[in-house]
Every structure is written in structure tokens, then in C-alpha cells.
Design a protein around this ligand. Structure first.
Ligand SMILES: [Ca+2]
Ligand SMILES: [Ca+2]
Ligand SMILES: [Ca+2]
Ligand SMILES: [Ca+2]
Length: 484
């Protein structure tokens, strides 16, 4: 067209247009999916490959691209893009008129699906990137549905046994009964239950074993040897093994995951007895003193970990509310029939009122275990300890130092050296204690007289009304520590 826009006034404005003698054809691409295949069955969470073929039925040069082929799953035979689950997309960079593109796409079957048959769809130009001759023929349904199955974890055979070391050994077979429903990571829980009916609210979790997963149809064995906590009541206890403890895996059957092991096990109560406590007859406020404790495990089983509490009591009748905790060793346990003697350095609080006190030792001071009786856990030293102010204590320490330097060295020969000896904390079982109960290894020189006094006798505590702990006990003990 000449003078397109008519800017020039012409004599004849009607002859400016010339139409070509030959028409040219303009065609749009036309995409359709012609094939969609995949596995007949798959487990939730499983990776599967879906193969698609897409064709551009337009004649050259109507090239399409780039575009994607969308892969969908639906519980309806009629495709609805608002409800169908998008599994993935295959990208086609270019497809010439008359061309064909085939390819496989690996997708994951959603873990949240329930068991059943689902319809698969492939959608050409899923993102509507190509203007086509026909936009209404782009959805293709697979000829056969995809059957989706979830895994089913369960406990096969399981057994449990106990030893006097207060250990329970558990062995259980974990199985996944569905093929190909692979289970992703989950945990196996091992519990002690007071009843044969498993109740997570009352059962005690002993152990939770993480597993990375279990293939469909596979099985694995979980074995564990576990300490029985001290506060598990004596008597019959049921070991319970729970598959997928915490329910991380959606399963086709969630009701078969618990196995109560029969026969039940019998938990034997602990029985500690404190038999002696002794220390120096004099101490300074703020100073460290050695305290010798002797105790025994009378029980038929090893005792679980516990703490020995060493107290300063103003009376021979131990009362927790009026006593001061000085510290005490932490033991990792005590074997059945084993006697334990320890020398522990504890510190007299700097703010303690000067005067006469009794040293008291309490087995399982934190009340961590169930015992046959706790009346025998407390022992009071037979000799009193005179606590003076720290300044007096310093003078006494200087006197001791002078005496030591003036004396020749002695040696340990099965009895207390008449001169001096080096006293070292023998509590090799000690564990780190709470901040308010120091239990430190010491190596200090003390006089032989101090040692003789330290090793002097002790006596059973006289009964006093309990001020805390469990009511039937004739002596006061601290309450159990809170558990996570
Ligand atoms: Ca089309
Ligand atoms: Ca199950
Ligand atoms: Ca589950
Ligand atoms: Ca006891």
C-alpha cells in the first residue's frame, strides 16, 4: 500500500493498493498427546517413570516450543486441573510441524494418598505457552489406572529377657507387609508397660531406634540391650515394641504396629543400705572435709545410677528440712551384693552457723529408684563435727601445716600412718554432680589424727517424721528429680 497513512494529497487515491497474485498459508502449531504409560502399581512415596508422546500435527513450518507436558493423577476419570494432583512436567524445547517427541519423566507418588486406583493424565502445553489451532484437545488419559498402595509396618516375632545387671534385652522383627509400598524413615519404640494393654500415657519409653526406611515386603531385626530405669516399679512389666513409633509413615493398616511381648518380665526392686559414715571432728565454715561413706547393695539386681548425699544435720535425727547438703558422689550403679566405700571431699558452706553438727550420709539422695525399704538408706556419724568460723579454721590449718612440716614422712602400711598420709578421693565411680553437690577428686595432706577421727564409727539414723519423699519412710529424703 502506497502512502499508508495518507500524508500526500494525490490526484487518485484509489490506486494505492496492490494484492499479491499468490496467497501465502499461515498455520498454527497443533499439539496433542498420543501416549501415556507407566507402572500398573506403585507405593506412596515411590519414584516412578511415566512415558509420554506428544505430536505437533500441524504442517511445517508451524513449529511449537518451548512447552511442557504436564503429568497428573486424579481420583476422577474426568480431568479437572483444579483437583488433579500435578506429579511433574516434561519440557519440550521445540517441536516442528509434523514432529513427535517421546520421553520419560520420573515423578514421586505423593505420600499422603490413600490406597486405591488413580487415573493418570498427560496435558500437552500444560503452561499454555503455545497458541494452537485447537486448544481443546490437549488432555490425554492413560488407558489403565495406577494402583497406589501404602506400606504396612508391623512387628513380627519379638522377645525380651532380663539380667541381674538390671538390663533388658529386646529383639524384634520389623516388617513391611505391602509390595511395593516402601516405607520412608521411621522409628521403632521399645516400652515398658505395667499392663498388657499398651497405653502410651502409662508406658515407659526405654528406647527409640531410628530406621532409614523399609522396602515393600522387606523385614529387619532390631535388637537392643537397655537399662531398666530405677523408678520402674518392681513386679511384672510388659515389654512393648511399636513400629513407626511417632507415626511418621501413613500406612494401609495403622492398627497392627504394636506388639506386647509375652511372657512379661519381672523387675526386681533395688535395695541399698548405708552402713557407715565418718568424717573429721572439726571443720571450718567454707572449708573442705573428707567424708568416708560405706554402703552396700542388698538387692538381687544391680542398682541403677544414684547419688550419695552427705549432709550436715544439727541433730542426730536426720531431718532434710533442717540439714545442709554438702555434696556427694554420683555412682553409675552398684552391682548386686557389692559394698562400696568412698572418701569424698565436700565443702562446708561458708554461711553455716558455727556449732556442733552430725554428718549424715543418704544412699540415693535424689530418690531415683524404687526400693524395698528406704529406712536403711540413712546413716548418721556417731561423732559430732564441730564447725567453727573460717578464721579459726585457717589458724587450725596453719597449725596442721606446722605439725606436718616438723614430722618425718610416713608411709601407708595397711594402717593409718602415725605421721601423715596422703588422702585421695577413691570415688572412681563418681560422675559429674549437680552444681550444689560438689564431688571433686582431692589430693591433700591431712594429719593422721584427722584421719583416725574420719574413720571413726557411725550409727543408724533415728527415725523422724518424713518431711518430703514417700510417706511410709521413717527418714526424710529429697524428692525424685524431674524427668524429661
Ligand atoms: Ca491442541
Ligand atoms: Ca501397620
Ligand atoms: Ca504409621
Ligand atoms: Ca534401702
Amino acid at each position: 500500500m502506497a502512502d499508508d497513512g495518507d500524508t500526500v494529497p494525490e490526484l487518485d487515491e484509489t490506486n494505492n493498493v496492490r494484492v499479491a497474485a499468490v496467497a501465502i498459508g499461515i498455520t498454527r502449531p497443533e499439539l496433542v498427546v498420543t501416549a501415556l504409560t507407566g507402572p500398573a502399581k506403585a507405593g506412596t512415596g515411590q519414584r516412578i517413570t511415566l512415558n509420554t508422546t506428544v505430536r505437533n500435527t500441524a504442517s511445517p513450518p508451524a513449529t511449537a516450543g518451548p512447552f511442557t507436558v504436564g503429568l497428573y493423577l486424579s481420583d476422577s476419570a474426568t480431568f479437572d486441573s483444579s483437583t488433579a494432583l500435578l506429579l511433574g512436567r516434561r519440557t519440550v524445547s521445540s517441536l516442528a510441524g509434523g514432529g513427535v517427541s517421546s520421553g520419560g519423566t520420573t515423578v514421586t507418588v505423593p505420600a499422603g494418598l490413600t490406597d486405591g486406583a488413580y487415573f493418570l493424565f498427560a496435558v500437552a502445553d500444560d503452561g499454555a505457552a503455545v497458541i494452537e489451532a485447537d486448544e481443546g484437545n490437549n488432555v490425554f488419559a492413560a488407558a489403565s489406572p495406577l494402583v497406589v498402595v501404602r506400606p504396612d509396618l508391623a512387628i513380627g516375632t519379638a522377645s525380651a529377657s532380663v539380667t541381674p545387671a538390671r538390663l533388658v534385652t529386646v529383639s524384634a522383627i520389623i516388617q513391611n507387609g505391602v509390595t511395593p509400598g516402601a516405607a520412608p524413615a521411621f522409628a521403632v519404640g521399645i516400652y515398658l508397660s505395667p499392663t498388657a494393654e499398651f497405653d502410651p500415657g502409662t508406658a515407659r519409653l526405654l528406647h527409640r531406634r531410628p530406621l532409614t526406611g523399609l522396602a515393600g515386603g522387606a523385614r529387619t531385626t532390631v535388637q537392643a540391650t537397655l537399662p531398666i530405669p530405677g523408678d520402674v516399679p518392681a513386679g511384672a512389666q510388659f515389654v512393648v515394641v511399636v513400629a513407626d513409633d511417632g507415626d511418621a509413615v501413613p500406612e494401609s493398616n495403622e492398627t497392627n504396629n504394636v506388639r506386647v511381648v509375652t511372657p512379661e518380665i519381672t523387675v526386681v526392686p533395688a535395695e541399698l543400705i548405708m552402713t557407715a559414715v565418718s568424717g573429721p571432728v572439726a571443720a571450718g565454715a567454707g572449708g573442705a572435709i573428707p567424708v568416708v561413706t560405706t554402703m552396700r547393695n542388698l538387692g538381687a539386681w544391680a542398682a541403677p545410677p544414684f547419688t550419695i548425699g552427705i549432709y550436715l544435720s544439727p541433730t542426730a535425727s536426720f531431718d532434710l528440712s533442717s540439714s545442709r547438703l554438702l555434696g556427694g558422689p554420683r555412682l553409675r550403679g552398684l552391682g548386686a551384693g557389692v559394698t562400696h566405700t568412698a572418701t569424698t571431699s565436700v565443702t562446708v558452706p561458708p554461711d553455716v552457723v558455727t556449732g556442733t553438727y552430725f554428718l549424715v550420709a543418704v544412699a540415693d539422695a535424689d530418690n531415683e529408684m524404687v526400693e524395698t525399704t528406704r529406712a536403711n538408706n540413712v546413716m548418721v556419724a556417731s561423732r559430732v563435727i564441730e564447725v567453727s568460723s573460717s578464721s579459726k579454721s585457717s589458724r587450725r590449718a596453719r597449725q596442721l601445716s606446722t605439725t606436718r612440716n616438723a614430722s618425718p614422712n610416713g608411709s601407708w602400711s595397711g594402717r593409718i600412718s602415725p605421721r601423715r598420709l596422703r588422702l585421695r578421693n577413691s570415688v572412681i565411680e563418681s560422675m559429674p554432680s549437680a552444681p550444689n553437690r560438689p564431688s571433686r577428686s582431692v589430693s591433700r595432706v591431712v594429719s593422721s589424727a584427722t584421719i583416725r577421727r574420719a574413720l571413726s564409727g557411725s550409727r543408724r539414723a533415728t527415725a523422724t517424721p518424713p518431711t518430703c519423699g514417700r510417706p511410709p519412710r521413717p527418714v526424710s529424703v529429697p524428692p525424685p528429680r524431674s524427668r524429661q
